[in-house]
Design a protein around this ligand. Sequence first.
Ligand code: F6R
Length: 362
Amino acid sequence: EKGGYKHYMAKEIAQQPTVVGEVLEAYVSGDQITMDMGGINFADVDRLSIVACGTAYYAGLVAKYWFEHYARLPVDIDVASEFRYREAPFAPKTIGLFVSQSGETADTLAALRYSAGKVDKIVALINVPESSIARESDVAVEIHAGVEVSVASTKAFTCQLTSFAVMALKAGHDRGHLDDAGLAKHLSELRQLPGLMSHALTIDAATKAIASKLAEARDVLFLGRGQMFPLALEGALKLKEISYIHAEGYASGELKHGPIALVDKVTPTVVMAPHDGLFDKTVSNMQEVMARGGRVVLVSDARAAEEAGDGVWQTLAMPEAPELIQPILYAIPAQLLAYHTAIAKGTDVDQPRNLAKSVTVE
Ligand code: F6R
C-alpha cells in the first residue's frame, strides 16, 4: 500500500531514513561490526570481483572506492552482461560479490554461476532471502530494504550502499588499515545517516522548483568526481528511466574529453559536489560549463555553495556530512530530481514504459 503517498516511489524515497537505520541495527553494535559473512576474514582476500546490473552496479561502483580507500583491497567491477563473456582471468584469493535487489536478474545469476568454482567464495548482497541469487551463493548478506515496488530503485540503492559501507569498514579493520579508534569513528559517521537523510528529504520543495525547469530540457548532464562519480551515473539513470529525458552521467574530469560539446544555453548540468578534498577541481569544471553559457544545478552544502561563487543557475542545499556517507546522502537529491521531473512531465512514475522490476531474460 502507498500509505498516503501518490506513488510507491515517493513512499520508498521517504522510507530511507528508517530502512537505512535498520541496516545499521542489523550490522553494527556500538563500536563493533556484527555483519556475519560466513567467517570471511578480509585479511585472507586479495581481490574482490563485484558484478551487478543497473543501479545495483552503481552501488558496487561506490563500494569500489570505499574498499580501495578504507581497506586497500583491489576491486574489479563489471556489469553482469559483460562479465560473463570477457573471460577475465581469476586471480587467487578472489571473492565474487554479486549485487541484486530482486535476486532474480538473469545476467547477474548467470555471472554468479559462471564464477562458481573459479573464485574462493560467492557472496551475494540481496534484498530477497529466498531468491535464486541468495540461494546459490555461499554467503548471502541482506540489505534489509523491505519490499521495493516502484520499478525505479531507490531505497534498495541506499541500503546496498549502507551495507557495503559496513563491509568495507570490516575489510579495513580485518586488514589492519583501520584500528579500533578509526573503525569507531567511521561507525559513528554511519550512525548520522538516518538523521541526515531526514534532513536531506526536506529539500523536496526546492527540488520540485528545479524539476519544473529540468522538465523542459531535452538533455541533462550529471557530473561527479571520485566516490560521487557513480552518483552522477545514478542521477542520470533515474532521470531517463522515469522522465524519459536523455541524461548522461560523467566523471567531472572527463567533461572536456567530449561531453562539453553538448553544453549550450538550454542544457542543464547537475553537479553532485559535496565539500570534499576534490571540491576545487569540481569548481573549475563547473566554471568551464558556465563559461559556455551552460546552466549549472549545484547539489552541495552551504559551505561549498559559497566557495563556488556566482554564476550557478540553481543550488540545492544539502546538510554537511562526513565524507564516507556523502554518496548515500546524495542519492536523495538524485531521486527527488528525477521524481519531480517525471511528475512535471506527467509520466507513469512507478511503471515507466518498457521496463520491468525484475529482468529475468538475458
Ligand atoms: C534502476 C533499476 C535497475 C535495477 C537493475 C538490477 O532504477 O531499478 O537498473 O537496478 O535491473 O536489478 P536487481 O538489483 O534486481 O538485480
